[in-house]
Design a protein around this ligand. Structure first.
Ligand SMILES: C[S@@+](CC[C@H](N)C(=O)[O-])C[C@H]1O[C@@H](n2cnc3c(N)ncnc32)[C@H](O)[C@@H]1O
Length: 178
């Protein structure tokens, strides 16, 4: 009985830490840890041509829901997920203990990593971050790199394609070619 109570207390404690960390990072990074919806993921997989792509990046990979779907569909693709929130990063690593996919999860700030070898990039962030990221994309990305932004467009660029989510504006995919 005592052991059971101890286990429940420990689980509750871990859960509280998880919630606290997510709240902290949501305020600090100015974007909450929300996963892409299944509709958006399905639209992404159906409409984005991976052709000869070798390197796929998800900037702000959260719990790994999206990138793990891409890795299952394209097992030879090099998938790199970058995440700052340690709680989200740990849940992605935990998910991967079961899925055993070849995903390179990096813990850190995506503004500080070099993404010039990217062929395809996926983001689901907020408008303020998109402005800063556009500057990084314009500086670092090679010609032909495809960027897909879920829900929030890059205001200063014309999308090559818009994939509308039936449910409303959230989940719409904006596709850009650099
Ligand atoms: C709305 S969530 C999207 C999660 C995932 N991309 C998905 O679509 O399911 C945005 C994620 O970006 C992460 N993030 C925000 N700014 C970041 C930064 N500068 N470096 C790394 N990760 C960041 C947040 O911690 C959060 O997990």
């Amino acid at each position: 009985m005592h052991i059971l109570l101890l286990i429940i207390t420990l689980l509750l404690f871990c859960f509280m830490i998880f919630i606290y960390l997510n709240l902290f990072y949501s305020f600090y990074l100015k974007v909450p840890m929300l996963s892409s919806g299944s509709g958006a993921i399905e639209n992404f997989l159906q409409n984005i041509d991976f052709g000869k792509a070798k390197n796929f990046y998800e900037l702000g990979s959260g719990s790994g829901k999206m990138i793990s779907k891409v890795a299952s569909r394209y097992p030879d693709l090099k998938c790199i997920g970058v995440e700052y929130n340690i709680a989200a990063y740990c849940s992605a690593k935990f998910r991967n203990l079961f899925l055993k996919q070849k995903i390179d999860y990096k813990l850190g700030d995506f503004f500080k990593i070099n993404i010039s070898d990217a062929d395809i990039i996926y983001v689901y962030l907020f408008p303020g971050l998109m402005v800063r990221l556009e500057a990084k994309f314009s500086q670092e990305l090679r010609k032909g790199t495809i960027v897909i932004s879920n829900s929030f467009p890059i205001k200063t660029r014309k999308p090559k394609m818009i994939i509308q989510e039936k449910a409303g504006a959230l989940g719409t995919l904006y596709v850009y070619e650099y």
